[in-house]
Design a binder for this molecule. Structure first.
Ligand SMILES: NC(=O)c1ccc[n+]([C@@H]2O[C@H](COP(=O)([O-])OP(=O)(O)OC[C@H]3O[C@@H](n4cnc5c(N)ncnc54)[C@H](OP(=O)(O)O)[C@@H]3O)[C@@H](O)[C@H]2O)c1
Length: 263
């Protein structure tokens, strides 16, 4: 069942990708461009964005830092002047560092909340009035399976991503009647600069290109939750349903055995 208006016929669709300078965002920009969409690409790395835009046919760079509320508003004003409206906003800007109880670091916690959650709020603050007025469009928040339930060594990233899942649900409930689509993307492990520092084994690791492909398919089907790779995420979605006594026991067992394999 499609919970959102289906996004099809990408030709000339106006798409804002926030977090487009590398990884999944970059792959998405390349694929949308090949489908004829007009992509506006944001991230902090100006040079990377300009290099990417030079390789694409219909892309423009809008460099920004999502933690800077005014910069986000300015970039969206600029986008509206150039495009006159917006069809899809994909919010991928994110940062990750592993954090355990013993390595708890408040500055790193604040940084992850600031980029992953507050950065998303800054973008919403800029785009919501336009989406409400347009009565069309789609906003897609990129969360993670790490946001499903509490996991070890994820004291900052997990909570920031759990908040995004809750936020997407809340947005969807209100925006459906405005004909505005809302989705949440929960990837498993994707090979990008974000995960390359991980020292533990990453099951079902997929390429950024495949992740982007799965996202586009999800938008075309009008899905609310886009999750991949299914072999990994379906199991985790089941874990989400377990009562605490079983969940804690199982996660302990799984994470212990994967740590032993890594050693
Ligand atoms: N890779 C995975 O396995 C995985 C799994 C689940 C969820 N995710 C999520 O997917 C999203 C994309 O991650 P990725 O794996 O593609 O990693 P990535 O290659 O590191 O991409 C992160 C993007 O966010 C941008 N960014 C970071 N901080 C920013 C800021 N303050 N302002 C604006 N842009 C900022 C980065 O560009 P600049 O550095 O140029 O600013 C980059 O374009 C993230 O939200 C991540 O949490 C990834």
């Amino acid at each position: 069942m499609s919970l959102n208006p289906k996004l099809k016929d990408w030709k000339s669709k106006r798409i804002w990708i926030v977090g487009a300078s590398s990884g999944i965002g970059e792959a998405l920009a390349r694929q949308f461009d090949a489908l004829g969409a007009h992509c506006m690409l944001s991230a902090r790395s100006k040079d990377k964005l300009h290099t990417l835009c030079a390789e694409l046919t219909h892309a423009h760079a809008l460099p920004l830092d999502v933690t800077d509320e005014q910069a986000v508003k300015g970039a969206f004003r600029n986008l509206l002047e150039q495009c006159g409206g917006i069809d899809l906003i994909v919010l991928l800007a994110g940062t990750y560092s592993e954090m355990s109880v013993k390595s708890f670091n408040l500055a790193a916690v604040k940084k992850q909340i600031d980029v992953n959650l507050n950065g998303t709020m800054h973008v919403l603050d800029a785009v919501l009035p336009t989406l409400i007025q347009q009565h069309y469009g789609h906003v897609s928040l990129v969360s993670s399976v790490a946001g499903y339930r509490g996991l070890p060594n994820s004291l900052a990233y997990g909570p920031s991503k759990a908040a995004l899942i809750n936020l997407a649900e809340a947005l969807h409930l209100e925006m459906k009647r405005m004909n505005v689509g809302v989705s949440v993307v929960n990837p498993g492990f994707v090979d990008t600069p974000l995960t390359r520092t991980n020292t533990f084994p990453m099951p079902f690791l997929m390429t950024a290109g495949k992740a982007a492909q799965d996202m586009i398919k999800g938008y075309e089907k009008g899905q609310f939750e886009l999750h991949f790779p299914k072999k990994f995420t379906c199991g985790l979605r089941l874990l989400r349903l377990l009562p605490y006594c079983l969940y804690f026991r199982l996660v302990k067992k799984i994470t212990q055995s994967s740590t032993e394999h890594a050693q």
